[in-house]
Design a protein around this ligand. Sequence first.
Ligand SMILES: Nc1nc2c(ncn2[C@@H]2O[C@H](COP(=O)(O)OP(=O)(O)OP(=O)(O)O)[C@@H](O)[C@H]2O)c(=O)[nH]1
Ligand SMILES: *[C@@H]1O[C@H](CO)[C@@H](O)[C@H](O)[C@H]1NC(C)=O
Ligand SMILES: *[C@@H]1O[C@H](CO)[C@@H](O)[C@H](O)[C@H]1NC(C)=O
Ligand SMILES: [Mg+2]
Length: 393
Amino acid sequence: MAGTQRYLRYIVFALICLILLFFISSSSTVSSANWPGYANPPSPQTGGDAKTPGTTPNTGGLPPAVKEGDRMNATFVTLARNSDIWEIAKSIRQVEDRFNRKFNYDWVFLNDDDFNDEFKKVTSALVSGKTKYGKIPKEHWSFPDFIDQEKAAKVREEMKEKKIIYGDSISYRHMCRYESGFFFRHPLMLDYEWYWRVEPSVELYCDINYDTFKFMADNKKKYSFTLSLYEYVETIPTLWDAVKNFTATFPQHISPGNSMKFLSDDDGKSYNHCHFWSNFEIGNLNWLRSDAYIDYFTSLDHAGGFFYERWGDAPVHSIAAALMLKKEEIHFFNDIAYYHVPFTHCPTGEQYRLDHKCHCNPKDNFDWNGYSCTSRYYELNNIPKPEGYEKEQ
Ligand SMILES: Nc1nc2c(ncn2[C@@H]2O[C@H](COP(=O)(O)OP(=O)(O)OP(=O)(O)O)[C@@H](O)[C@H]2O)c(=O)[nH]1
Ligand SMILES: *[C@@H]1O[C@H](CO)[C@@H](O)[C@H](O)[C@H]1NC(C)=O
Ligand SMILES: *[C@@H]1O[C@H](CO)[C@@H](O)[C@H](O)[C@H]1NC(C)=O
Ligand SMILES: [Mg+2]
């Protein structure tokens, strides 16, 4: 009897070993076949984490790979040179990770030169939607005939001596004029109603889990921003005069219920230099293509300040939005955490930042700094400031 028992024990032991071996090998094939995890619905965490002292269960799970539902008539748009390739690659990767891998919107690239193969290869590999590459027509990137080029050259010399940033640059002026008056009229852009502008070297710090274009449409927004600040006065000494001439000539284009209070502290007599920072924009292209905006741009263009001064597209777009849109049509995206050197918008509100896996330092948030114009926007629209803003001032 004792011999049979020992015999049985050996058999049971061998069986257990076999079963164990089977589980080890099969479980490792299952998990590797299922990698990457994004393909799976978030699975409830096993109790193992919670039972291990010093660890916490991740109850947040992983976001779904692609959002269901219709897409808007929208595109990303980037103006860039071939030499911007690695800096724009960085921006694209962040926009894709935080937003576009879930929505797969197209991306239009514009350049005053031809894009080279490397630029196209790298950017099209990174973008989850279609990519399109456009060359800017010469007449949108050169001195218009009504500009006195000698006078413009003298201004650049003076600005260089005063050490005004980009003060002596011709290409920077063409860029500002192009972004002010032409990008939305490029043939590739005519196919779309909405745009999101992205520049090289920008960062996004939080997940964006909803369609921002749809949000704009559903809430009747036309223009939006994440950062606002005061413009460098030396670059726009006569911009406000040109604006006043425009409003006198085209009073029909000025909207009732506009955001004049954002721009002026004396009912429009003078400009306080506040503007939305246009390196980030989500906006409506049909508004930019409207008679009102085109009349505005044409009027400013003829005043000459893109070349005789150094007008930036940020104050040009901002003044247009503030005067020609109803104030409710301009949106502040508190939830889009954004960086363009040297300023950060990090959403106020800790719970929001945790829920959206933000990686910005709230101490870097510029919104409540004295040089930001964002509190004016809140006050003018009677929006209560987000909880906790006092601590960030
Ligand atoms: N194709 C082309 N794109 C340009 C040129 N100059 C600027 N850009 C693009 O225009 C946008 C604004 O130019 P930036 O040099 O970023 O200007 P900025 O944001 O005022 O200044 P930075 O602090 O240097 O970023 C970026 O998307 C640039 O890639 C140019 O000469 N040709
Ligand atoms: C997208 O918008 C543009 C501009 O309004 C329009 O011409 C085009 O037909 C629209 N495309 C679709 C698919 O709706
Ligand atoms: C004012 O605007 C009108 C119409 O755009 C233009 O003809 C005129 O030259 C402008 N005057 C100045 C001083 O800019
Ligand atoms: Mg830039």
